[in-house]
Write a protein that binds this ligand. Structure first.
Ligand code: DP6
Length: 392
């Protein structure tokens, strides 16, 4: 006996109020609320197929074309949580619940680019399993067990993850603030900055910060609650300057708490700092905030801006960060670049880099929907639950 294959695609999300620090490591419960925008799956997504059968002798998983061990604690926690909800809801019979599963997952963007791949991956896995087991409940709290930020990828548009106070984590869930269509002009440019240095992982970094940073306490008590309320209001009002200012301040404070940790750790590089300088000077010259930057646990920038600013911003990036293949630099949505006067570029008073390809790729995308089931039959597993295409 076996199930049919269920396949789901799920989005990445980039936080504007950052999650950094846990109050429970095992249940992945955060110290503060966070807010993010979910990005369009047509540009960046994870895709996952799941399958259950009485003939499978152990749980198996293939990630980006390679068979991996199913022994990862977070992975097991997600599968167990889904099965325990299924048992409570009696959504499948006991026999089905006892079967093992096969999972096959791919990202359509390079994991090596240091982008939020675990958020999309776990949101995808959990949504696919929820469909396989016919669940009705909200699964953001199950995605959270895989990776904290994954709980926000369970919804489209603008999303809040409520830290919650219950020790069980039952109130630490994500909810939607507004759908993607609420602010249709909102765009994101992800500037992929090459960096070979091994970085402190989010999990380890937030652990050091939570244990040692005084600034984190101040942030959690006096900054995040006010910023969360204000940024939600700015989203509801579609007030870009207010949204952008809070986004930049929160990114800066997140990197400041990393420096305030003991030992400190740094995610931003010289290129990241140059991007920050350009955006501030650009906004000053425009006489109002037109573009916001935000950085996660790595040197890549995510710029939030309205559609009308995109052509100018792309030209500015190309001017200050020359590329050996400028025509192929921008991928994702259809884009144009607009001629920016040499007078304007001069007034920005930033020296253009002479070294080429400091920015490797610019991914142009927009706010998008949450996870969706694939109905065109393009599964990653065949009808026996075995991986299709080039799998080792
Ligand atoms: C800087 O969700 O990757 O991107 O819960 O330990 O898996 P774990 O961490 P993760 O941390 C994301 C941190 C961040 C900020 C954010 O996305 O809010």
């Amino acid at each position: 006996m076996s199930s049919s294959v269920v396949t789901v695609v799920a989005p990445v999300n980039i936080a504007v109020i950052k999650y950094w620090g846990k109050r429970d490591e095992e249940l992945i419960l955060p110290l503060n609320d966070s807010v993010s925008a979910t990005l369009d799956t047509s540009v960046m997504c994870a895709k996952t197929s799941v399958f259950a059968s009485s003939n499978i002798t152990c749980n198996e998983i293939w990630l980006n074309g390679k068979k991996e061990s199913f022994s990862n604690k977070r992975l097991i926690n997600c599968l167990d949580a889904i099965k325990s909800i299924a048992a409570k809801e009696k959504s499948v019979d006991d026999d089905f619940l006892s079967w093992n599963v096969r999972v096959c997952s791919v990202n359509n963007f390079p994991t090596a680019a240091g982008l939020a791949s675990s958020a999309a991956g776990y949101a995808c896995l959990v949504t696919a399993l929820a469909k396989l087991y016919n669940l009705k409940s909200d699964v953001s709290c199950v995605a959270r067990l895989g990776s904290g930020s994954a709980c926000r990828s369970v919804y489209g548009g603008f999303v809040q993850w409520h830290a919650g106070t219950d020790p069980s984590g039952k109130d630490s869930v994500a909810t939607q603030i507004a759908e993607a269509s609420h602010w249709p002009e909102m765009r994101a440019l992800i500037l992929v900055v090459g960096d070979k240095a091994k970085k402190t992982s989010s999990t380890r970094g937030m652990n050091i910060t939570a244990q040692t940073s005084e600034l984190l306490k101040h942030r959690i008590q006096h900054c995040v609650p006010q910023r969360t309320t204000s940024i939600i209001q700015s989203i509801k009002e579609r007030n870009f300057p207010k949204f952008a200012e809070i986004t930049m301040k929160d990114s800066n404070q997140f990197h400041a708490v990393c420096m305030d940790s003991y030992p400190p750790f740094v995610y931003l590089t010289e290129v990241s700092h140059k991007i920050i300088e350009i955006i501030h000077k650009y906004n000053d010259l425009c006489g109002g905030i037109k573009v916001a930057y935000t950085f996660d646990a790595g040197p890549n920038a995510c710029l939030y801006l309205l559609e009308e600013e995109v052509p100018k911003m792309i030209s500015i990036i190309k001017h200050f960060f020359p590329s050996t293949t400028p025509d192929n630099l921008v991928t994702g949505l259809e884009s144009t670049s607009e001629l920016v006067s040499s007078d304007f570029l001069e007034k920005l008073a930033v020296t253009a880099e002479t070294k080429k390809d400091l920015i490797k790729n610019v991914i142009y995308t927009k706010v998008g929907q949450g996870p969706t089931e694939v109905t065109d039959g393009s599964h990653l597993l065949d009808e026996h639950g075995l991986p299709l295409n080039n799998i080792e």
